[in-house]
Design a protein around this ligand. Structure first.
Ligand code: ATP
Length: 238
């Protein structure tokens, strides 16, 4: 079995004096989709922010075996980690095209960057129609598509997705999650997905962890977590 792409061991994180993560461990396999589930305030967003150097941590975060904890966000991005933050994180006063170009700012392979624009329009044709529109004028679903595309323009090894379903109509969520599956299958991009919508996340992911107040309380294959009595009762509602 190949070594995991991302391996996190004994990770602690805090905001000032407030400790939020208490020694969590998890991994994302090469080409795999891992989801971290949990209620409001469990520490999911903090976990993603810790992967890209945006919060003070202790413990180890390894990407392809190399320590990335303690590195600056920009260096982590250059190593191939792209973050789609909660609240989407598009530049609202820039156009769709400008946002996508920014996503590729670390890349030198201009011709391939150009091809990647087309690749994104293939996934999300609506973005092509709105190329010159300011991101702030897009619908919520289109902004999420743009945020994901912008992250993919980096050609990341690991895509960090923070609540991509948040505030979107079920039909749009369905569409976006199908594209995540397609990107994973066709491009082998590994993903770490944080979601409150557990049932949706467990359909997409192959592995899952349940976080409660900064601790991993259950982990396993997505299928086993889906069948876990406690998860079903508390997070799946059946
Ligand atoms: P949600 O779905 O509500 O975003 P979450 O599981 O993503 O929840 P986090 O956002 O990681 O949880 O928050 C975990 C804890 O850290 C919460 O108690 C929150 O109040 C606290 N917290 C988050 N951001 C900060 C901050 N910048 N400063 C201080 N405390 C924070």
């Amino acid at each position: 079995m190949s070594a995991p792409l991302l391996q996190v061991t004994n990770l602690h994180a805090q905001y000032g004096p407030t400790k939020v993560l208490h020694g969590i461990a998890f991994e994302v396999k090469q080409g795999g989709i891992t989801t971290i589930l949990g209620a409001n305030g469990a520490g999911k967003t903090t976990t993603l922010r810790a992967m890209c150097g945006m919060v003070k941590t202790q413990g180890e975060v390894r990407l392809e075996g190399q320590r990335i904890d303690g590195k600056a966000t920009e260096d982590i991005v250059r190593l191939g980690v792209a973050h789609v933050p909660d609240g989407r994180g598009t530049f609202l006063n820039l156009t769709v095209e400008e946002n996508l170009r920014l996503g590729a700012y670390t890349r030198k392979d201009r011709q391939q960057v150009q091809q990647d624009f087309e690749r994104m329009y293939g996934y999300f044709p609506r973005l092509k129609e709105r190329l010159r529109q300011q991101a702030g004028t897009l619908s919520g679903g289109e902004q999420q598509m743009l945020a994901v595309s912008r992250a993919l323009m980096l050609r990341p090894k690991l895509l960090l997705l923070d609540e991509p379903s948040f505030g979107l109509a079920p039909r749009i969520v369905q569409e976006i999650f199908e594209i995540f599956g397609e990107i994973s299958r066709t491009e082998g991009t590994s993903m770490l997905l944080v979601e409150q919508n557990a049932s949706l996340a467990l359909k997409l992911a192959d592995h899952a962890y349940l976080l409660e107040t900064g601790r991993v309380v259950i982990s396993g294959s997505a299928e086993s977590i889906r069948n876990d009595e406690a998860v079903r009762r508390s997070y799946l509602g059946y």
